[in-house]
Design a protein around this ligand. Structure first.
Ligand code: GLY
Length: 318
């Protein structure tokens, strides 16, 4: 048996966080339950799916019940999971279900496909027995109203820019002043007693995005990736995370360096490029890592019976 410790690390999104105590409380519940399962010999996959499902059920987070809305007041959610041996399942733009991560898990275990989207994903969920669920929280409504009130034209600006010069804007060319308030995602990475790693990510998307827009939480290598080097879940500005395949980028760095070094380098590069981004992960040797370029990231982990929460973070972001 592998002698490195089992453990779990979770995030509740990068950005700006007003109610840190409430975010920390939700993380504690998810981490404790994931850790309890790992102690009872559950697989890393079971632990991350359970932790992410619990955060999807907590209306505070932008995933599942608390999902943020599209510009036309719709819920469309993204989620995916991956194991270190390369098993992957995802759903993109799914609506009418309570727990996208559980549907993504069914995509992994019950189909020959990697990713189902939109109506087809919801139809598949129904076939798998998932009931119709359409809760929109007051918080999500208020967040979209705020974005509309501020007259954010981010995605329209992106389209205009693309049409005028054919160049997709990066944050340097298409800065959205509200971006750090509009994001949110939940994720978990776990290492089980056999040393196996798994990762799960789920998101309600960016507030006020166009309908049909898919974010990094659904995409293999972008928001979610596991491989021989380790496993990583990302949060932040999905377009930039997808453009750079950031989860895969960090895991590949982990093949030649410890998790914490891989994360430090990735965060430094992201900061230079002005990307709004955060990530958590484990490397194959059991090294844990977290980092963010945003003012805050809600995260916490439990290893060797010790729970650590972002609210205890001292000094600068890792
Ligand atoms: N990272 C979540 C999103 O951009 O949709």
């Amino acid at each position: 048996m592998n002698s490195s410790p089992l453990g779990i690390i979770c995030h509740g999104g990068a950005g700006t966080i007003d109610d840190k105590a409430a975010y920390a409380a939700g993380l504690t519940e998810a981490i404790d339950e994931g850790y309890r399962l790992l102690r009872q010999s559950a697989s890393a996959m079971e632990a991350v799916v359970t932790a992410v499902r619990m955060m999807e059920d907590n209306p505070l987070y932008n995933a599942g019940t608390g999902s943020d809305l599209t510009i036309d007041w719709q819920t469309e959610m993204d989620a995916s999971l991956m194991t270190q041996e390369g098993r992957f399942g995802g759903v993109a733009g799914i609506a009418g279900v309570k727990n996208p991560i559980l549907v993504a898990q069914k995509v992994m275990t019950e189909t020959d496909h990697l990713l189902l989207c939109g109506f087809g994903a919801t139809e598949f969920a129904r076939r798998m027995g998932f009931e119709d669920y359409n809760v929109v929280t007051e918080r999500a409504l208020a967040r979209l109203r705020e974005v509309i009130d501020h007259g954010s034209k981010y995605f329209h600006k992106m389209n205009e820019q693309r049409l005028s010069d054919g160049v997709p804007p990066t944050p340097e060319t298409g800065e959205d002043p509200l971006i750090e308030k509009k994001m949110g995602t939940v994720g978990a990475v776990a290492r089980d007693k056999h040393g196996n790693l798994a990762v799960a990510t789920s998101s309600g998307g960016i507030v006020g995005r166009m309908r049909g827009r898919v974010g990094d939480a659904a995409i293999l290598g972008a928001g979610t990736y596991a491989g021989p080097g380790g496993a990583v879940s990302c949060t932040g500005h999905g377009e930039e995370i997808m453009r750079r395949s950031l989860a895969r980028d960090i895991v590949e760095r982990m093949t030649t360096m410890p998790a914490s070094t891989a994360m430090t380098l990735a965060v430094a590069e992201a900061r230079r490029k002005k990307l709004a981004f955060g990530a958590i992960g484990f490397d194959a040797r059991g090294g844990i890592c977290y980092g963010h370029t945003t003012p805050d990231m809600a995260y916490g982990y439990k290893v060797a019976e010790r729970l650590f929460l972002f609210t205890e973070e001292k000094g600068k972001p890792h």
